[in-house]
Design a protein around this ligand. Sequence first.
Ligand code: ADP
Ligand code: GN1
Ligand code: MG
Length: 357
Amino acid sequence: MEFNLKAVCEQFVIKTDIESYGNGHINDTYMADAKPQIILQRINKNVFHNPHEVMENIYNVTEHLKKKIVERGGNPEREALNVIKTKDGKNYFQLDEDNFFRMYLFVTDSVSYDIVEDPIQLFHAGTAFGKFQNMLDDYPTDNLYETIVDFHNTPERVNQLKEAISNDLAGKLADVCDEVEFALEYADYKSVITDEIKKGTVPVRVTHNDTKLNNVLFDAKTGESVCVIDLDTVMPGSILYDFGDALRFGASSGTEDEQDLDKIWFDLEKFEQFAKGFLTEVKDCLTPKEIELLPVSALIMTYECGIRFLADHLNGDTYFKVHRENHNLDRARTQFKLVKDIESKLSEMKNIIEKYV
Ligand code: ADP
Ligand code: GN1
Ligand code: MG
């Protein structure tokens, strides 16, 4: 569907032409070199059924973050997302029943990465997500809508995969028997985090829940992290989700959709850099169970993402954006390769964690 984006920008009192931008899998993102530079996004209504609630969360969380950043002597226009309101004073513009747009200040002189070029970037990403966690430590969990129910409920994700297998909507099941077999074999890990949450040994905190490397912006000159973005899934969750998910993407030796699996392994140097940055910020607030589960959280989050990609492949690619045939299948395969490799490195990961807690 084509949109008159110029007219959409005018709703936010910005007169500009605008171009596609970034590599997110969910929303449609555009950037304009206007004054000020801005990001426009069409919120994915298929994924976020209630954009109003998403934007209320984001507005309240970013206001909270900006106060903290000012108290710490930082620059709130660069270190937090800044929601630009519409001419009617709203946090988003609703074009019609299905199409919701929001605008942010573009974080100036920033870049995001789809693959780690230098492990030090992961140290900076770890610091960014650790600081983000700290700044939201006193944000009340009951002040947040659950924008995607059961987002990191891995047992529920396994149920969704089983449903996709039995429906075989896209008729692809016969071609992915090996992947399905792997997914079902590794389902033994599915409840490791959720069981501890139920017991209360892993506390529910305000977490980001989508700590992919390209959801951190880095300073184009210094290479240090500037701002954590993509706040659609900020919800009550576990710190293990944020730790594990960041490593799933950041500590891989290759891109998420690499087709040559010989190029994919879990890089312990990258793991160590992220752990160092993250734990320097949060180690004092972790419970013993959280510390114990840090290594396996990388396995579980990678497994969960792998089965989500596989389920979407079987369902006919209705959730994640795809840019080629079998794109979700390629992504599932890299995740499963990583799961196996992480499993063989868990004891080394434990030793690394011990250095930083
Ligand atoms: P998605 O949910 O689709 O992943 P994101 O919010 O992560 O969407 O945005 C996609 C990409 O756009 C990011 O990875 C980043 O490169 C860029 N981006 C998003 N917001 C900003 C911003 N405020 N300033 C600079 N770049 C941004
Ligand atoms: C999506 O939006 P993006 O591209 O940052 C997804 C994450 C997945 C990730 C896999 C809301 O993240 O959960 O881990 O793709 N976000 C949502 O790359 O589903
Ligand atoms: Mg993103």
